[in-house]
Design a protein around this ligand. Sequence first.
Ligand SMILES: [Zn+2]
Length: 206
Amino acid sequence: MAKASVVVKCSCGKSTRIQKICRNRDAADSYVSWAKSFYQYICPACEEKERVERLEEMLRTAKENGLPELTGTPKQIEWAMELRDKRMKHLDKFIESKQAGVVAAHKFATFEEYYAGLNEATPIKGKNQKEIDWQIASRLNLIKKRHLYGNLDEAVKLLKSQTDSEFWISTQELTQTEQLLYLFCSGLRDELADKYEADRKRLEQE
Ligand SMILES: [Zn+2]
């Protein structure tokens, strides 16, 4: 074991010493020469300055795009703004890709109508309960997606109006479609729950 010790410099001129335990002297020496050329040290003061600038930039962009102020603790708000900013950068492309051709096909008058139409075209038939459950779940998912893509403008408007930092943080792992489904179609399950229950009973008896 050998210790590498090297002084690195921030772009503002401040420097600090970094140390690293390496497996032998050669490795330590090569770490030192790498760090001298490539280690990017940012001192706490510069890091804070960057953070504040980034925050100001996000505030400006949000204002320009008509996005509302977020609520939560200062830490939550900052994190949520970062997440929202990232989403907004990709949203236009997402809308474009979903609107190309799919929207017209996905328009339907009511869920009931659409659901009935689907059932008529391909009736749910399962060999066992598990299979039926799976078919009903995937059908629900299909209905939700079509409902979403058929009303994309409305869904996006709803997304942009979200002011709770918690929303942006808790949905950060979701894909864009999943996030919009969660927001725009979460009530759909309740609406159709009775219908599914009726179908389930009917299929059980068949
Ligand atoms: Zn600095």
